[in-house]
Design a protein around this ligand. Sequence first.
Ligand code: FEO
Length: 397
Amino acid sequence: MKELKKGVYWVGATDWKVRHFHGYELSTHRGSTYNSYLIKDEKTVLIDTVWEPLTDRFLENLREVTDISKIDYIVMNHFEPDHSGALPAIMEYIPNATIIVSKGGVETSKRHYHKDWNLKVVKTGDRISIGKNELVFIEATMLHWPDSMFTYLTGENILFSNDAFGQHFASSSIFNDEVDEFEVNQEALKYYANILTPFSRFVTKKIDQIKGLGLPVDMIAPSHGIIWRKDPMMIVDKYYEWAKGNSEKSVVIVYNSMWGATYKIAAFIAKGLEASGVSYKILNAATADRNDIIAEIFKSKGILLGSSTVNNGLLTSLLPVIEDLIGLKFINKVGASFGSYGWSGESPKILSDYLSKANIKVLQDELKIKYMPDDKELEDCITFGKNFADKLLQEFE
Ligand code: FEO
């Protein structure tokens, strides 16, 4: 049994082996958890459930702390199936229980499950007494679905934040002060970069609103990964920074290469970056994990895209990264492009156009080199890198 505070229990399910999420869209190298919480006050309250395939494990955990028929309220902070999948099984036991949802939760409940459950709609600032303590609700619309909501427990001062502040991280412990801090922070950043970035403007507003409510926060209990118990506002401050689009004075070079020429260009551009004091990473779009690439780009100010030209276009491995860049709407990034070609040479220009489409400011013209670069052209690559680094540094002035 895992107790957060007296009378508040973690009853979720740990998925040690999951390596892909949202179908196969998101890599989860460190597994994940589906966090569900049970509050025992005069009323018994369940907060969120788990993904449907883990229903049996969830019910076992739940039965360790309560008789399921005793549950009065189920708070559904969000109806994405990883949190609502076990809800139909729970409702078999307590068909008349009240399900507390945001306004957006009415539609997501009905469109996912097509049931006539007893829904109670709450809005920001609404409170429900559960005995000694109260639940306070905070709508978190578009963080990251229209139905998303946070729930705060007075007295114990726990913010149940659903996906916000979460990480795909399986662990034997449930608290941040009992796990590897570096690993958790890395997963939290990857989660933000790959899922929440398009909603950054809502993040800053929501954080300001929560701070404005003046609620003391002892713990932040998200729906994935560990609970922020030690210095819980640290992750809130990080979200605030991430939402503003602040990034490091570094560059990610993402490329693919048919016979090594485009890689050679990348490596010599990197020499130029280094000469100007800008750190870099070189990632092959075909072999590196796409979501890890996105996390690295998220951290860095600059992105350089490189591809050989084939069939008048790009090597295809670049395209999923580009699709993410367009959809995720990173802000305050700068970029440029390069590539080797044999006869037509369209790729660098195509890449620059994609950077512009992703609202990434293109700092300089494309660099393209026919077949293999010679010594003079390798010098051009170094110069390209130096120029890019100098312009990138100017962006910080
Ligand atoms: Fe973890 Fe939006 O579901």
